[in-house]
Design a protein around this ligand. Sequence first.
Ligand code: NAP
Ligand code: MG
Length: 496
Amino acid sequence: MSRTLQAWQEMAAQLAIEGRAFIKGEYTASADGRTFPCVNPANGQELARISWCGQPEVDTAVACARQAFESGEWSGLAPLARGRILKRFAALIREHADELSLLETLDAGKPISDTQSVDVAGAAYCVEWFAEAIDKIGGEVAPVDPKLVGLVTREAVGVVAAVVPWNFPILMASWKFGPALAAGNAVIVKPSEKSPLTAIRLGALAREAGIPAGIFQVLPGAGDVGRMLAQHMDIDCIAFTGSTGVGKLIAGYAAESNLKRVWLELGGKSPNIVLADCPDIRKAARTAAAAIFYNMGEMCTAGSRVLVQREVKDAFLAAFREAAQGWQPGNPLDPDTSMGAIVDRIQYDKVLGYIEKGLAEGAQLVTGGKAAHTDTGLFIEPTAFDCPRADLSICREEIFGPVLSIITFDTVDEAVAIANDSEYGLAAAVWTSNLTTAHQVSRRLRAGTVWVNCYDEGGDMNFPFGGFKQSGNGRDKSLHALEKYTELKSTLIKLA
Ligand code: NAP
Ligand code: MG
């Protein structure tokens, strides 16, 4: 049953929020007792004090993870048994869905209807999906000389660190720990300091589900904790979602330490191409608005560049202006709110800075362009620019906010060239009525996901998710995600 705004507010007032790290199966304050504030960006109020972990906590957690992994109490379970425990974990996430959604909304400013239907529901589904998959995939018997038996198997990589961002805190964490736990690893989650609450809460639920102490741990703290994990000599793999800049640092830390496996899901500047033969321009405009305004534009796959063919530009702009009206920022706890608050002051200032830059570079405002409800919190109007050229900074750089750049083109070749002229390659879309054009353009787009006549479809786990170029390497979701958290082993047995 869905709650009203008042019911959510009452629940929020009663909420006991845990802010300590989860190490070796217990909530633990940091050794030096240091904490930092966790703030609700919709009203500026402090929600909790969070343990500020450092090197001692990292070292303790890694030692516990190593011991738990080596003991075989998790990695040595039959996949079916591990899967059963993980299914219990997924069920517990569902049982606590209201609490987790509320924590996420308070912490990150995301609308409550989204944290319920996407973030928390998606995290439970991800854990359940990998729990169900893990006893259904085996290894290979290699076709070799009959005097040999050649086995090709996959085994857990060992201790995995998951360093995750603030835009989908519980969901991005689950995309890492779901497959990593299913494969038998010990996992240490490092949530963003901007949104640590749901990851911390999951510690107790993992334990309640029966995941052994040390197999699932959570270390809140600043970006430094991510660095310490990436540099650690006893971590086998680091799975990261975040900015391209930090991703490069992490690759460097791994190279300088123990060459741990590095998997990076990074930024994007995804093109959404509207061709003149688009089957439904109003639908394309509505979808384009959702592609940039959903989650306040704090989306790695945000359709942040619309490339529109000149013949349909005016019709598209008119329909887009209308569609943008449906995306007005409001109280994230109100079930009717579609756009919440920007996660913190740093991000808010960055987004407003890009709006100023767009104006200074000669782009024309199509809609929005200002902060909203400035008395209550960090809200920004849904904003779109009509851009005179494709090389403006607002057309090239990831803004990670509700700001769309619209670029006009004349030919399909020109659209593909503009689309691919980016350091990123996470996602792309094309709108056309022509099946051949759809296939041809999709093939030419250098991106990990291409949508045709839609955007952001594919909430199910079956599609690998990740980027070409500087949008990263490796893939989350789907059975391919398991490749990141396992090592291949060849075993050759001589029979005579
Ligand atoms: P970020 O600044 O790169 O932070 C990501 C994580 O790394 C946070 O936990 C952060 O901790 C930590 N970190 C910061 N500095 C670090 C360092 N030197 N070494 C190791 N870890 C460090 O990114 P963000 O601002 O949180 O997230 C936005 C970015 O994530 C965008 O670029 C977006 O496109 C990308 N993203 C990508 C995907 C994808 O799947 N491709 C999905 C979602 C988001 P603190 O926050 O505590 O500093
Ligand atoms: Mg917060």
